[in-house]
Design a protein around this ligand. Structure first.
Ligand SMILES: [Zn+2]
Length: 273
């Protein structure tokens, strides 16, 4: 290949990459004027011959009485699953118009956990790693190390991750961590069912499932620090890949809204139990 061919190839590669800045521009615009939303572009890492950012947004809901409830929301750890990424952007926009939905919460958003994979539209990072099998295993992957540092310092009471399953016809999820997760995910799946069918199969993704809920899971996934006590609730939501984008986003957003509402109820009752 001569130099000009190389230059053309590089340009084509750049063009075919999905733009993260464009995706996040509306959020940054919102954050500039919002009393609730903070954009944080300080988390950076070097990899794949370039400098990358792990975009973070913080949404501080109106005061709910006690200490704010810290929840982390994650999407795009698999770079070829844009549904969750777009859903988090939509959810933040919704919160901006209706902040009361986040009353009592301190929400940390990580909409693009695998930036190079998102750009390339690949499941793995540009290093060829499935980042969602690398957590708490002394991984050398910079994305994982950065996210682990966030998970250690924030000590979330709840974690919600969004994924896409192109082998599933319906919406489903994983409930991990605190036993409570099972009670939060059921109404979340019910809310998503307004837009997408639930996957009711007895086995999903190789795991035993009941009404679209799996309690088992893969090792090495994005999860709270293993030593953290009490265990936070951890919910992974999986949309089928097939339906139109707007339905997938609506289903995710409905599920997220429901989890926040249900957990707030739980926290309010807990002292009386
Ligand atoms: Zn995934």
């Amino acid at each position: 290949m001569n130099l000009s061919t190389l230059a053309t190839a590089a340009r084509t590669a750049r063009k075919s990459r999905r733009a993260i800045a464009e995706l996040l521009a509306p959020l940054d615009q919102l954050a500039a004027d919002s009393p609730n939303l903070v954009a944080n572009h300080e988390a950076r890492f070097d990899a794949h011959g370039g400098s990358y950012e792990l975009p973070r947004y913080l949404f501080v809901g109106p005061r709910g009485g006690d200490t704010p409830i810290r929840v982390g929301l994650f999407a795009g750890i698999h770079g070829d699953e844009p549904e969750g990424v777009h859903a988090l952007v939509q959810f933040i926009r919704l919160l901006e118009t209706r902040p009361e939905l986040a009353a009592g919460y301190y929400l940390s958003f990580y909409p693009v956990c695998n930036p190079s994979g998102f750009e390339d539209n690949t499941r793995t990072s540009r290093a060829g790693k499935d980042l969602n099998r690398e957590f708490w295993r002394s991984s050398a992957e910079p994305e994982v190390r950065l996210l682990e540092a966030e998970l250690r310092s924030r000590q979330f009471q709840g974690l919600i991750s969004l994924h896409t399953d192109d082998t599933s016809e319906g919406f489903y999820g994983y409930a991990h961590g605190a036993t409570l997760a099972k009670h939060l995910i059921e109404p979340a799946l019910a809310a998503a069912e307004n837009y997408l069918p639930r996957n009711g199969l007895p086995v999903i993704d190789g795991f035993a499932a009941r009404r679209g809920i799996i309690c088992d899971g893969y090792a090495g996934i994005l999860t709270a620090p293993p030593q953290l006590r009490p265990r936070p609730f951890e919910i992974i939501l999986e949309t089928p890949a097939g339906p139109p984008a707007y339905l997938k986003e609506l289903a995710f957003v409905a599920a997220l809204q429901t989890i926040l509402a249900e957990y707030r109820k739980f926290i309010a009752y807990a002292p009386n139990l």
